[in-house]
Design a protein. Sequence first.
Length: 247
Amino acid sequence: MKSDRREFLVQTTSTTIAALAANSALASNREEYNGPVMPNGSAAIESSPSQTPEANKNMSKPKVLIIVGDATETVDTLYPYYRLIEGGYQPVVAAPEKRLYQMVLHEVKPGWTITKEWEGYSIQADIAFKDIKPEEYVGIFFSGGRAPEYIREDQDLLRITRWFWENKKPCASVCHGVEIPARAGIVKGLRMATVAKCKFDLEVCGGIYVNEPCVIDKHMYSGRTYHDNGVYIGPWIKALDAACGKS
C-alpha cells in the first residue's frame, strides 16, 4: 500500500510540474502574440502571427488602421479585422498604448432600456497613436463600444483622424466610433449613421444623423451598430481596393 501511495504521489507531482511548464510557455508566447485572445487571456491560436510564413507576406500588404481602446466592442472590431485580412490587407490595431486591451460585448436585452455589457475577447494593440505615421496606411476604421468616449481627447488620435480625412483616405465608423471624427471636427455637413444614442454627439458637432445601415458621404462609410456590419463594411473595402488600384 505504501509503495502504491508513493508511486501515486510521484505521478501527481510530475503531472503538476508539466502543467506549470505548459502555462509558463503559454505566458511567454503571449508576449509575442499580436492577435485576438480568449477572454481568459489564453491565445486564440497556438503560435504568434509573427512566427508564421503569412507574417512575411503581410509586410507587402496595404495597411489599414483599426482604432480601439479599453471596452471596445468585440463584434464591431473583429468583423472588419478579419474582413480586411480576407481582402488582402494588413489590419493594424492602434490604441493609446501598445498593450493588451479588453473588449466587451454590447446588447440591449429584452425588457431593458439600456445596453447590457459583457466581457469579450482581448486584443493586442500593434502600435500607439503617438507612433503612427498616417502616410503609411491606406484607410482607417473607428470601432465602437465605450472606448471612443475615453480616447477621443487623445491629441495624436485627433491629428491622425484629420490627416486621413484631409487626404481623402477611405474612413469607416460604427456605433460610438462616430465620437472620434466628431471630436476631430471633420463631420460638419457630413451625413453619417451611428447608434441612436450618439445622434447628439454627431449633430452638436455639425453632422447629419441618418438612421440607415450604410451611409456613404464623400470618403466616410458608416453603420449604426454591428448589426450593420454586413452592409457598410463591403463598400468601404471596395473603396480601399479602388484607392490601392486593385481590380
